[in-house]
Write a protein that binds this ligand. Sequence first.
Ligand code: HEM
Length: 156
Amino acid sequence: MDDVTIARAIHVLAVVHWIGGVIFVTTVILPAVSRIAEPARRLEMFEAIEQRFSRQVKVSVPLAGLSGAYMAERLDIWGRFVTPGGWWLMAMVLVWLVFMAMLFVIEPFVHKRFHRAAMGDPTGTFRRVQRAHWVLGSAAAVVAAAAVAGAHGALG
Ligand code: HEM
C-alpha cells in the first residue's frame, strides 16, 4: 500500500468520525435532550455528551486537514483547488475552516454566553443550536458526497 492510499484511508476515517458524529448529535442527541423539561438538567446532559465529542473532534478535524494537505502535496494538485472543476476540493477546505474556527476560536468564546442563554431561554436556545447543527451537518454531508464523486472523476 502506498503512502497516498494510507493518507486517503486516514482522511476518510477522520471525516467519518467527525461528520458522522455531527449528524448523530443533530438527529439523536439534540432531539433527545430537548425533551428534558428542567433547563439545568437539559444543559448538564447536553454538555456531558457534547464535551466528550468536542475533545474527540479536536483530533479528527485537524487529522482530516493534515491528511488532506498531505494528499494534495503528494498528488501535486494544489492548483486544481482554484479551478472551476476543482470546486469540490475548495468546498472541502471551506467546510474544514468553518469547523476549525467553531472548535478552536468561536466555541471557547461563546461558551459562557451559551450557558446563560440555555438557562434563561432553554427552548429558543436549543432550537437555535439544533438549527446550526442541521446547517453545518448538511453542508458537510453534501461536500463529503461531492468529494467522493470528484475524487473518482465524476465531476469533470
Ligand atoms: C483542509 C481540508 C481538506 C483538504 C486539504 C482535503 C484534501 C483532499 C484531497 C487532496 C483528496 C484527494 C482528491 C483526489 O484523489 O483527487 C481528498 C479526498 C476526499 N476528501 Fe478531503 N480535504 C479536506 C477536507 C475534507 C472535508 C471537510 C471532507 C468532508 C466533508 C473531506 C472529504 C473527502 C472525501 C470523502 C474524499 C474522497 C475519498 C475518496 O473517495 O477517494 N475532505 N481530500
